[in-house]
Design a binder for this molecule. Structure first.
Ligand SMILES: C[S@@+](CC[C@H](N)C(=O)[O-])C[C@H]1O[C@@H](n2cnc3c(N)ncnc32)[C@H](O)[C@@H]1O
Length: 220
C-alpha cells in the first residue's frame, strides 16, 4: 500500500464519518473534478476537503502557476501534509461551511470554481443546505461547482436531497458517467451557478437572471 493510501486509511479509522472513504479518489474522477478550472486567466479556485490531494494535483496541473488555489481541510494531518507537498497552495485548516469567512479573512471575493471533495451525499439535509448557502455566497456569477457522489448511495435520501439542491440552486448541471472500475464507484456533478440578486448590478427582475434551463456547459 502506498503512503497516500496508508495515511488515508489511518485517517478514515480515526474519523470515519468525516473522512467518509477508505481510499483517495482515483485519477479519472480527479480529472473530471478539475475539468471546470479555466485554462486561461487567473481564476480563484477553492477546493474543499482535499484529503491527501488527488484533486489538488489535477487542479495544480490545469492552473500551471496561474490564479489562486485555496484548499480548506478540517483534518489538520491532511492539511499539514498537503501544505508541505504544495508550498504554493493556500491551505486553510477549518470547516468548509465557513467558506465565506475563510475567503474574507484572505481579502478574497468570489471563487470562479469550487471543487468540493466533501461527502455531501452523506450529510444531513440541514448541513447540505448550509453548504449550498456557502457556495452561493462564495461563487462568482457563472462560477462552477464540481462535486462527486458515490454510485452505491445514489438512492439514499441524503444523496437524493443533494441532487435536488444542486439542480434547484444551479442553472446548468451535468452529471458525468459513473466510474465503475474504481472503488467506490463515483460520478461527478458539474454545475454552473445560477446568478442571485446579490451578484446583479442592474435592477433586472430576479426572474430574468435566474430563469435558466439545463444545458450541457460543454456545448455553451
Ligand atoms: C471523502 S474524503 C475526500 C478526500 C479527497 N478529496 C479525495 O477525493 O480523495 C472527504 C474529505 O473532506 C474532509 N472534510 C470533511 N468534512 C469537512 C469539512 N466540514 N470541512 C473541510 N473538510 C472536511 C475530510 O477530512 C476528508 O479529507
Amino acid at each position: 500500500m502506498n503512503s497516500e493510501r496508508g495515511m488515508f486509511l489511518r485517517e478514515f479509522l480515526r474519523h470515519p464519518m468525516r473522512t467518509a472513504a477508505i481510499m483517495p479518489s482515483p485519477p479519472p474522477v480527479a480529472r473530471n473534478m478539475a475539468a471546470a478550472v479555466p485554462e486561461t486567466g487567473d481564476p480563484l479556485v477553492v477546493e474543499l476537503g482535499p484529503g491527501t490531494g488527488p484533486f489538488t494535483s489535477e487542479i495544480q496541473k490545469r492552473l500551471r502557476g496561474r490564479g489562486r488555489h485555496v484548499a480548506v481541510e478540517l483534518n489538520e494531518r491532511f492539511a499539514v501534509r498537503l501544505q508541505r507537498r504544495y508550498p504554493e497552495l493556500d491551505v486553510a485548516v477549518g470547516d468548509a461551511v465557513q467558506l465565506r469567512q475563510i475567503l474574507d479573512e484572505r481579502g478574497l471575493g468570489y471563487a470562479d470554481v469550487i471543487v468540493s471533495g466533501l461527502p455531501h451525499g452523506l450529510f444531513n439535509h440541514s448541513l447540505q443546505r448550509r453548504f449550498m448557502e456557502a457556495f452561493q455566497t462564495c461563487l462568482a456569477p457563472d462560477g462552477r461547482l464540481t462535486a462527486y457522489a458515490y454510485a452505491h448511495a445514489v438512492w439514499s435520501p441524503p444523496a437524493r436531497h443533494f441532487h435536488q439542491l444542486v439542480h434547484t440552486g444551479f442553472a446548468e448541471v451535468v452529471t458525468g458517467r459513473i466510474h465503475w472500475t474504481y472503488f467506490p464507484p463515483a460520478y461527478v456533478y458539474t454545475a454552473r451557478y445560477k446568478t442571485q440578486p446579490h451578484h446583479v448590478e442592474s435592477d433586472a427582475p430576479e426572474a430574468l437572471v435566474t430563469g435558466q434551463t439545463a444545458t450541457d456547459p460543454a456545448r455553451t
